[in-house]
Design a protein around this ligand. Structure first.
Ligand code: UDP
Ligand code: UDP
Length: 461
């Protein structure tokens, strides 16, 4: 039989939002698509270009940078990434200003070879308008899992957050009544009593653009949350395509900096037969001084070995000296995936940003969940109550957002690293991590979904 003539390789445009948590998975995706025979162009801004080009330096992925607008209210000049913002209260002006990039985006699209489809961030809702003008299907990257998407949608449609009296009153999620939540599990603007703030309006605009888009690309895998993916695809638009874990799907690891002092330190701990708790709260979480002090005491008293990545806090030399035989504090950008995959690392005290959660699952490291903002409390519920790959840090008043005293931290750190419950979740994360690996392998669920996505959009365009 004569071979079926194959279509030329599809050209796919990616436009990640300018924050680390939204950019990193999309860069993994770019490598995955490249590996599947696509040609890829990534859009960004000048200040973010070095990070991206460094990450993609061994590929022929094109990078186009569009100027981020000047003189945006409250945004210091030169800041083009949310992790550089002086405060997250500037998030909405920062993100809405990207709309001014639309003419530049469209100028650039005109110069590109035919685009089969684009995947742009949910925070860049205006890209739908450009996509429509150029007759290019747009898919949305949100950075959320299906559990958080389905549960948030269900709760917001029933207006439960407006109906509950207090932040701590528990209610059942209508279609998933075994899930008990509180207002504390959600963040502004969804918790606003009168949902008409600029933040809410902006979120709604983005959500409408998403609904009108061709699909959602989700950094998760079917076997992790079949119920929630099926629910979403039965009840809501647009279709969710689960193609992750993206951190596993770049077949070629990007170049990693030469061995750092903390990787050497981990090697040393491993050679001594010791295990290490990795402590990191992502690129955005703002932690009060008071809370920071309790973390130090809790880690010191727990007696466990730890590697703690700290952002924007002054070094405490006395503390670092006291714990130096078993704790290391790092103030630089680290290769988190490399750390989690290190054999010495046996636990992750995490803010439960979705990337951190999925990276931890892939590395088969159980989580001690301590959510701070955005959908992190929902991710923590998923980690602890649904997939059962972690424990929750103990707050002093037992609420989701309560202050964590050193005693609660010490106790739960020990439980994760040395206790019986720690053993149970460690075994479980091994099993779930295995499923994650299978999902992205040839023949796995995510592998198949990527093929379907390319076939559907490439052939139809
Ligand atoms: N970055 C950005 N906006 C800024 C400053 C930096 O988007 O205002 C990006 C840029 O891509 C940079 C990355 O953030 O490469 C990391 O910046 P950082 O200064 O933390 O790291 P370094 O410069 O040490 O690589
Ligand atoms: N990350 C990293 N090195 C750091 C800090 C963060 O590689 O020093 C990566 C981490 O592996 C993850 C992303 O940055 O891929 C952070 O995303 P996440 O969703 O966990 O949290 P966010 O920063 O969005 O709160």
């Amino acid at each position: 039989m004569a071979p079926v003539p194959s279509l030329p390789s599809p050209h796919i445009v990616l436009f990640p939002f300018m924050s680390k948590g939204h950019t990193i998975p999309v860069l993994h995706l770019s490598r995955l698509l490249l590996h599947r025979g696509a040609t890829v162009t990534v859009f960004t801004t000048p200040a973010n270009r070095p990070f991206i080009s460094n990450y993609l330096s061994d590929t022929d992925i094109s990078i186009i940078d569009l100027p981020y607008p000047e003189n945006v209210d409250g945004i210091p000049p030169g800041i083009e990434s949310t992790d550089k913002l002086p405060s997250m209260s500037l998030f909405v002006p920062f993100a809405s200003a990207t709309e001014l990039m639309q003419p530049h985006f469209e100028e650039a699209l005109k110069t590109l070879p035919r685009v089969a489809f684009m995947i742009t961030d949910g925070f860049l809702g205006w890209t739908l308008d450009s996509a429509t003008k150029f007759n290019i299907p747009r898919l949305v990257y949100y950075g959320m899992n299906n559990f958080a998407m389905a549960v948030s949608r269900d709760v917001s449609e029933s207006r439960l957050l407006q109906k509950t009296e207090s932040d701590t009153e528990s209610f059942a999620v209508p279609h998933f009544p075994w899930i008990k939540l509180t207002r504390n599990d959600f963040s502004p603007p969804f918790t606003d009593r009168e949902p008409s703030s600029p933040h809410f309006e902006w979120v709604m605009q983005g959500a409408i653009a998403t609904t009108k888009s061709h699909g959602l690309v989700v950094n998760s895998f079917y076997e992790l949350e079949p119920l929630y993916l099926d629910y979403w695809n039965r009840e809501f638009q647009p279709k969710a395509w689960c193609v992750g874990p993206l951190c596993l799907s770049d077949p070629v690891r990007p170049p990693i900096k030469p061995t750092s002092k903390w990787m050497e330190w981990l090697d040393q701990k491993l050679s001594q037969g010791s295990s290490v708790l990795y402590v990191a709260f992502g690129s955005q979480a703002e932690i009060s001084e008071e809370q920071f002090e309790e973390i130090k005491i809790g880690l010191e008293k727990s007696g466990v070995n730890f590697l703690w990545v700290v952002r924007m806090k002054e070094p405490d030399e006395a503390f670092e000296e006291r714990v130096k035989d078993r704790g290391i504090v790092v103030r630089e950008w680290v290769d988190q995936r490399g750390i989690l995959e290190h054999k010495a690392v046996k636990g992750f005290l995490s803010h439960c940003g979705w990337n951190s959660v999925i990276e931890s699952i892939c590395a088969k490291v159980p989580i001690l969940a301590w959510p701070f903002m955005a959908e992190q409390p929902l991710n923590a519920r998923m980690v602890v109550e649904e997939i059962k790959v972690g424990l929750r840090v103990e707050t002093c008043d037992g609420t989701v957002r309560g202050f964590v005293k050193w005693e609660g931290l010490e106790k739960t750190v020990r439980e994760l690293m040395e206790g019986e419950m720690g053993k149970v979740v460690r075994k479980r994360v091994d099993e779930v991590g295995e499923k994650a690996v299978k999902a992205v392998e040839e023949g796995g669920s995510s592998w198949g979904t990527v093929n379907e996505l390319i076939d559907e959009l490439h052939a139809g365009n």
